[in-house]
Design a protein around this ligand. Structure first.
Ligand code: ADP
Ligand code: ZN
Ligand code: ZN
Length: 722
């Protein structure tokens, strides 16, 4: 039967037909209301469907999934004769709760997206494709898979438990105990757990989770990237063998994603571990949110609704009156300001600190390897073609002799970032982007990391025919090659996006490091995060300087976090901690960032950064939004923004504290033959910026309905970089 043609037999509520408001996905400002009225079929009885119920409704010629929404006023309702009936209700599913709908509504408003569009984007794709019967099958399958993962019948588990001793928990460190005590005292609100690497933050998460689980609540744990924190998942699984844990991240197949989402939504799973998308999971008994490595930039979605999962987690905590635990050794400056007591800070979050490593292990000594001074003594030639200075090479040799491991951090993959012809000056630019193509030696390709365009490396200069084209600079591939020549006896491993392309390869390579099959590990930021390498006593950043003078205002914050995190990979075993070191090979040994790092002084770093941010009028002291546009030519992209600025000025009331900056080409101006431009909007007040965007953007949409030269435009609230 074609559901759009279903005969209307409306249900009656005290004689009147029942209207059901349904939220459907329509792009924002498309001119059509997103909450449409439908009639509830008589088969469903006289009770109005609860808000949050998933339904299928006819929309134009299609049948789409929608959500029953809050009842609107009856005033401007279309007459019954014009209404269509719901096509199908998915009654097997409990409705999405009020709190979930409030979160969605808030996120849509804040990030300037349509609620329906956002709802359909954050619900699992398969949920929108399956009909009631298929869904029923999935739920049955879910029950089967859950009982299979726990092979003993419930009573047997209980007996086994009572026979065995309870699982041995590590005795808490004094700082862990103190932090947990304070957490217990504040049953809701946001807490920053500021703990140095190795201070045992995970144990705090586990204990806090245990408390929530014992109250019968669900726990949401957010992580930056799931495959970079395999140990966290394993530790939760080991600690709570009788609880059901599921994950949500982009690596799941659509059926897996639906299955895990259903497990959380129906309350069958108590623990949910996931990446940013998981902040939108439906968790009817949610009792705690943990955001691990809260400073990590990957919590900000970079397309569609550009939400910050960290910020939404804090909002969700407030909405549902539950505790939110933000953990980091190097908190974001936003969080730090919120967790700093007034008057210096905002005093909105509680701040809990753990300054000691477990077992009283020392933090690695940070040594600055001053290349400038080295060259002054030995001449620049002495460093020619050397990936590491002789002193660092010696430090690597010492580790090798003692059977300890080292990590070389180089945040740039490939062999060399650019090829160059010395005779004519040709460089390996990408024909489609304003970027160089990177030389990858393994498959002898020139590859653009922005659009993916790849070609075989030319044998001669494409411009003058000279066969002597040269790699310029160094990526991980070249570092590996050069280091192998210098340390032939060492087993050298490399982990970066190129070596971990195939499924499972990251896990295999990490396992090799943990087993001690690698002496020197070369890697990008992937290896700096989270891993608990027990035999590592030396971490060295080979070319950290490149991030020091970036135009991105968050670059120093990121670099500091990355280096602190990398340093935290060394000396995790307290017995080796005393002789663990972090080396930084640098031309700017007196840079304040490095000096703060050397003193392990996050607070000093944060203080100086905040002063700079305040002086420059940057977040967290101001609120930003970025309007971006994309077009085939730059003039069109800029033209759109100029028009938008004119429209905005006309709307701006006198004396409003909001500033529009002139439109400019984006830092990376062209990607895949698309020209990009942007315009910054800034206000010291979040509410002012929000109100303005809410008025301006719909006008912009109307004003550009027929515009064809602009391919795309969108606003990014709280952009990561400008
Ligand atoms: P962080 O996340 O703060 O860097 P981890 O949670 O990874 O630190 O803890 C570092 C190491 O210390 C881990 O190997 C962990 O198992 C161990 N650990 C944590 N808490 C304790 C404790 N109370 N007693 C013994 N070992 C602990
Ligand atoms: Zn040439
Ligand atoms: Zn390109």
């Amino acid at each position: 039967m074609d559901p759009t043609q279903a005969p209307i037999s409306p249900a009656n509520e005290g004689g009147a037909p029942i209207h059901v408001p349904v939220l459907v996905a329509l792009p924002r400002h498309s001119g059509v209301e997103e909450v449409l009225d439908y009639l509830q079929p008589a088969e469903l009885g006289p009770r109005r469907l609860a808000p949050g119920t998933l339904v299928r409704v006819p929309l134009g010629r299609r049948v789409v999934t929608g959500l029953v929404w809050q009842s609107t006023t009856d005033a401007n309702r279309p007459p019954v004769s014009e209404l269509r009936s719901l096509a199908e209700v998915l009654p097997q599913l409990p409705p999405l709760q009020d709190a979930w709908r409030s979160l969605l509504q808030f996120a849509a408003g804040y990030y300037q997206r349509a609620p329906g569009e956002l709802a359909m984007a954050v619900l699992p794709a398969q949920l929108k494709e399956l009909d009631g019967i298929q869904l029923q099958r999935r739920l049955k399958k879910l029950d089967r898979s859950l009982s299979a993962s726990n092979p003993l019948p419930a009573h047997a588990v209980v007996q086994a438990e009572s026979a065995d001793a309870p699982p041995a928990l590590p005795a808490l460190s004094p700082q862990q105990a103190q932090v947990l005590e304070e957490l217990n005292r504040s049953p809701s609100g946001t807490c920053l757990l500021h703990g140095v690497t190795g201070s045992g933050k995970t144990e705090v998460y586990l204990r806090a989770a245990e408390a929530a689980l014992s109250r019968g609540q669900q726990v949401l744990v957010l992580v930056p990237e799931i495959n970079l924190t395999p140990q966290l998942e394993a530790r939760f699984a080991a600690r709570f063998p009788r609880q059901r844990m599921v994950s949500l991240h982009s690596g799941l197949t659509p059926p897996q994603r639906l299955q895990n989402w259903l497990a959380a939504h129906t309350g069958r799973a108590e623990l949910l571990l996931g990446t940013r998308m998981a902040v939108f999971a439906s968790l009817p008994r949610l009792g705690l949110i943990v955001v691990d490595e809260e400073h990590d930039p990957s919590y900000k979605q970079q397309e569609g609704a550009r939400y910050s999962a960290r910020d939404l987690a804090v909002y969700r905590g407030r909405l549902e009156s539950l505790p939110v635990l933000l953990g980091s050794a190097t908190p974001s400056l936003e969080t730090w300001l919120n967790a700093t007591p007034a008057p210096a800070g905002l005093g909105r979050y509680q701040r809990l600190a753990m300054s000691q490593r477990i077992g009283d292990g020392a933090l690695p000594r940070v040594r600055l390897l001053d290349l400038e001074r080295y060259c002054a003594q030995h001449g620049r030639q002495a460093l020619r073609d050397k990936p590491v200075a002789p002193a660092l090479l010696q430090a690597l040799r010492d580790r090798l002799e003692r059977g300890e491991q080292s990590l070389l951090l180089l945040n740039r993959r490939g062999y060399a970032p650019v090829l160059h012809c010395p005779s004519c000056g040709w460089k390996s630019g990408c024909p489609h982007c304003s970027a160089w193509r990177v030389f990858h030696k393994l498959d002898r390709s020139l590859r653009c990391h922005h659009c993916g365009f790849s070609e075989r490396v030319p044998l001669r200069c494409p411009q003058c025919g000279d066969p002597d084209i040269q790699p310029v600079g160094r990526g991980t591939e070249r570092l590996e090659e050069q280091l192998s020549a210098l340390l032939p006896e060492a087993r050298i491993g490399r982990i970066d996006a190129d070596t971990t392309r195939t499924r499972g390869s990251l896990e295999t390579q990490l396992a090799a490091v943990h087993e001690g099959a690698v002496d020197v590990l070369i890697g990008t930021q992937m290896v700096a995060k989270g891993h608990d390498f027990r035999r590592m006593t030396l971490v060295a950043a080979v070319n950290a300087d490149s991030a020091l003078f970036s135009s991105d205002f968050r670059a120093p914050e990121r670099l500091f976090a990355l280096l602190m995190q990398a340093a935290g990979r060394a000396g995790r075993d307290a017995r080796q901690a005393a002789r663990s070191e972090m080396w930084i090979q640098t031309w700017h040994a007196a840079h304040p960032l490095y000096l703060a790092l050397q003193a392990h002084d996050y607070e000093a770093f944060a203080r100086s950064q905040l002063l700079e941010r305040r002086a420059a009028g940057l977040p967290p002291y101001t609120c930003l939004a970025l309007l971006r546009s994309e077009a085939r030519d730059q003039a069109a992209a800029l033209g759109f923004l100029q028009k938008a600025a004119m429209q905005a000025r006309a709307l701006l009331p006198q004396g409003i504290e909001l500033q529009l900056y002139p439109p400019v080409p984006a830092a990376l101006q062209r990607v895949a033959n698309v020209e990009r431009a942007q315009m910054l909007i800034e206000s010291p007040h979040r509410a002012v910026l929000q109100r303005f965007l809410a008025v301006w953007l719909p006008r912009l949409q109307e004003g550009n309905a027929g515009e064809t030269r602009v391919l795309r435009w969108a606003v990014d609230v709280d952009p990561q970089s400008i």
